[in-house]
Design a protein around this ligand. Sequence first.
Ligand SMILES: *Cc1c(COP(=O)(O)O)cnc(C)c1O
Length: 351
Amino acid sequence: MPPDPAAAPAAPLRLCIDKDALAANWRALDRASGTGKAGAAVKANAYSLGVPQVVPVLRDAGCADWFVAHWQEVPGVMAHVPAGEISVLHGPVTMDEVAFARECGARPVLNTLEQAARWIEGGGGTCDLMIDTGMNRLGVSLKDLGDPLIARLDVDCAMSHMASADEDAPKNAQQLGRFREARASVKARRFSLANSAAIALGPDYHFDLTRPGLSLYGGIPRREMSAFIRQVAFPQAAVLQVRRVMPGETVGYNATFQATREMRVAIVSVGYADGYLRAWSDKGRFSFEGAALPAIGRVSMDMTAVDVSDVPTLREGDWLGIEYDPVWASRTSGLSQYEIFTVLGSRFSRR
Ligand SMILES: *Cc1c(COP(=O)(O)O)cnc(C)c1O
């Protein structure tokens, strides 16, 4: 019989979540939302930080509105909060999804007239409504809001999504104008426009509910948000081997790093299969007991080499901190801060 996976030894990779920072970020975003209340986008396993780690902390901080993308994501969130607090952004595209929504009690965000008809056909009930104000992603167009199907819906939250809130673009005011127009014609208990970045665009954008995701997890989509958003995700990797490298020797694939002096090199258990990108070859930073340690050579699939010459006490089995400040990680990799979180792989033990 194969051994129970739960009986396997602890993972050599940890994703430590600073719960105080996470709760503080939600409270800061809730405060910054003025008269609106902050919810939380927890799709994609809470941007890969882990629904079981994130949702209870935000719930205890006072969050009571949750946004996921897929119906498959509902049960994981429902393990921690009432289903009636969960909105499913992709809406009901099949009758199976309508039936599932009615059975579990999570709210569909209706994105099209077809979805509205499907929801009503399946028995209906309270729903949310996405209105497209110019992003041309999901949502009912302004010109379709007058359709009698929309008037038949029992809408809790009518929302729209901002395309360029992380920039000072004319599109922001344009979307706000269109959302105000929609608000005058649609009946709903609550209205919601802002993602993380749009919270910083000011009170006009706050309405009744805001939907931050990125900034809860430490992302800084607008510079002014660095004043109140803290880093939440702190990855760590175990040292698998410490070796001596002599001057002239090379380290790693394609021998991109060549030692110019005698060095101690630690091979740590994190690689691009874990989301530790090849972009950080010769650029990444690690830490041990306060000492900053550079990555050297190519990042491999499961391993990265680190110059630990400055920490002679370091041994196999010790843990290194992995530099993962989202702004730094985004700048040095060319990925968006969103991807910096979502690339974090499943081999991390999340705690
Ligand atoms: C993902 C998402 C959010 C959260 O956006 P952030 O930029 O991460 O704050 C809010 N609303 C909708 C509709 C989304 O899809």
